[in-house]
Design a protein around this ligand. Structure first.
Ligand code: URA
Length: 205
């Protein structure tokens, strides 16, 4: 359809812009290491969008989000609620890998955040699931919910109603799947929280 083409084209434009983003503090690190930017992937009409933090090494080597150890956990969590990655959209705040997977810097969030904002406007998800504390902080501030920000140990599994430009949405706070790589208790917590994600999606149908 024309609409589908428009979404595809708008997302491609983001990819082209990030590819040549020489002003990014991570541009030189990307090119030196022959890494790819990681924009996002999935259904351009997804009701559910995941927002992670930043690409890791495997992601930067392939140009795809959540394809390493954390990605395997994310897939298992999706399967636990009868979903798979092809029916959701997966993005990150940062589109380039920070050295040694260190935490994102405010300057980096400022550079890449507007691309995530555009992805949200294009895909128009009714549910945004944040993965980890950086995406939680970014999305809560973006939707003017910063008053509700608490430690993620308190916020995980909680959801918030928010107003997007295109309509009413839900934001749901999740731990980053990487916390469950060596911690089965955390995996159980994430599985419980994914049930909430599933319920929220059904409420937007
Ligand atoms: N962790 C993230 O936050 N994003 C990825 O794409 C991979 C690992």
């Amino acid at each position: 359809t024309m609409v589908e083409d428009a979404r595809n084209e708008a997302l491609k434009r983001i990819k082209d812009e990030v590819l040549t983003l020489e002003e990014s503090p991570l541009y030189e690190y990307r090119t030196k290491n022959h890494y790819f930017p990681v924009i996002g992937e999935g259904d351009h009409y997804a009701k559910l969008m995941f927002v992670g933090e930043a690409p890791g090494r495997t992601e930067a080597q392939t140009g795809r989000p959540f394809v390493g150890a954390a990605g395997r956990i994310l897939e298992e969590l999706l399967e636990s609620v009868g979903m798979n990655r092809s029916e959701v959209y997966i993005a990150n705040i940062l589109k380039d890998r920070p050295p040694e997977n260190r935490d994102p810097l405010p300057e980096e969030i400022n550079v890449y955040g507007p691309f995530l904002d555009r992805q949200i406007e294009i895909i128009q998800p009714s549910v945004i699931a944040t993965l980890g504390r950086y995406s939680l902080g970014y999305i809560m501030r973006k939707f003017e919910l910063e008053l509700y920000l608490q430690p993620i140990s308190y916020m995980h599994g909680k959801s918030f109603a928010a107003k997007a430009s295109y309509g009413d949405i839900s934001i749901v706070c999740l731990y980053h799947p990487a916390v469950a790589v060596y911690n089965n208790k955390m995996k159980d917590t994430l599985k419980k929280d994914f049930q909430i994600v599933k319920t929220l999606i059904s409420h937007h149908e």
